[in-house]
Write a protein that binds this ligand. Structure first.
Ligand SMILES: O=P(O)(O)OC[C@H]1O[C@](O)(COP(=O)(O)O)[C@@H](O)[C@@H]1O
Length: 313
């Protein structure tokens, strides 16, 4: 099952979009293939970020199906010319984890798709929507293999790029994250600035009080790689707020939302420290938010610690 066929089958869920949805997804796939080959060729770091952004902007505009594009690389949103405009908004990080390129660690592209409400001139409000309104989300990981993980709202599927065919093949159908995991993933270098519930949770991971075995720490420092492992093996990935960055580091629209959408679709959950991540309503396109996502039971534990903290206040 190639991703092209899979997307065409998915298309049947959106008869009203007359094929637009699959055309858009196929242009995103094309962008991922292009970036995958550029990453594999190992061009200079600076250039790869910019190159990836140009590739996706071009691919998305040339699809003729988009109207607003929000990229991690661009300060302002891109409004597509009316003549070449469609009804989809795409939010994306063309190359996430870029600080890892030089050492060949896995990096990736992250994307989310919204649809503008009918009958009005597209505005920023069409992207400043809660994550739960997304139609689809995914990431493409450029590592030992190139893998595209996608959800169009009914489950999560993983496709591996077969270089001999130049096509993504369905290798991980209906990914379900384990209900509880043995791994926690966080930059402990920030521990000195963590709030109470986060510090307590990580302490419990290391020194469990219920006699269960301690969790293992795994942290690549590339969100796509850390979330991909969490999705397949279970456990929890967290980038909490801290005294230095009260809103955490990761951006809501093109990092937190797409990964939270995938986690929920795979049976996990995503929490901000205050609420379900997908219920957030961003006010700015590059807004940041703390995030705790992964296996259902592991995220439940940290939710309980934050709720207890809230009750104390
Ligand atoms: O180095 P830190 O603070 O742990 O941050 C790592 C996080 O930052 C990121 O690299 C995002 O930052 P960039 O957008 O600058 O690439 C994520 O992929 C990763 O989860």
């Amino acid at each position: 099952m190639t991703i092209t066929r899979f997307v065409l089958n998915e298309q049947s869920k959106y008869p009203e979009s007359l094929g637009d949805f699959s055309i858009l997804l196929n242009h995103i796939v094309l962008g991922c293939k292009f970036v995958c080959s550029a990453v594999t060729k190992g061009e200079e770091q600076k250039k790869l970020d910019v190159l990836s952004n140009e590739v996706f902007i071009k691919a998305l505009v040339s699809s003729g199906r988009t109207c607003i594009l929000v990229s991690e690389e661009d300060d302002e949103a891109t409004f597509v010319e009316p003549s070449g405009r469609g009804r989809y908004c795409v939010v994306f990080d063309p190359l996430d984890g870029s600080s890892n390129i030089d050492c060949g660690v896995s990096i990736g592209t992250i994307f989310g798709i919204y649809m503008v409400k009918d009958g009005h001139e597209p505005t920023l409000n069409d992207v400043l929507q809660p994550g739960k309104n997304m139609l689809a989300a995914g990431y493409c990981m450029y590592g030992s293999s190139c893998m595209l993980v996608l959800s169009t709202g009914s489950g999560v599927n993983g496709f591996s790029l077969d270089p001999s065919l130049g096509e993504f093949i369905l290798t991980h159908p209906e990914i379900k994250i384990p209900k509880k995991g043995k791994i926690y993933s966080v930059n402990e270098g920030n521990a000195i600035n963590w709030d109470g519930p986060t510090a307590k949770y990580v302490e419990k991971c290391k020194f469990p009080e219920d006699g269960s075995s301690a969790k293992s720490l795994r942290y690549v420092g590339s969100m796509v790689a850390d979330v991909h492992r969490t999705l397949l093996y279970g456990g929890i990935f967290l980038y909490p707020a801290d005294k230095k960055s009260p809103n955490g580091k990761l951006r809501v629209l093109y990092e937190v939302f797409p990964m939270s959408f995938l986690m929920e679709q795979a049976g996990g959950q995503a929490f901000t420290g205050k609420q379900r991540a997908l219920d957030l309503v961003p006010r700015k396109i590059h807004e940041r938010s703390p995030i705790f996502l992964g296996s259902y039971d592991d995220v439940e534990e940290i939710k309980a610690l934050y709720n207890a903290e809230e009750k104390k206040e």
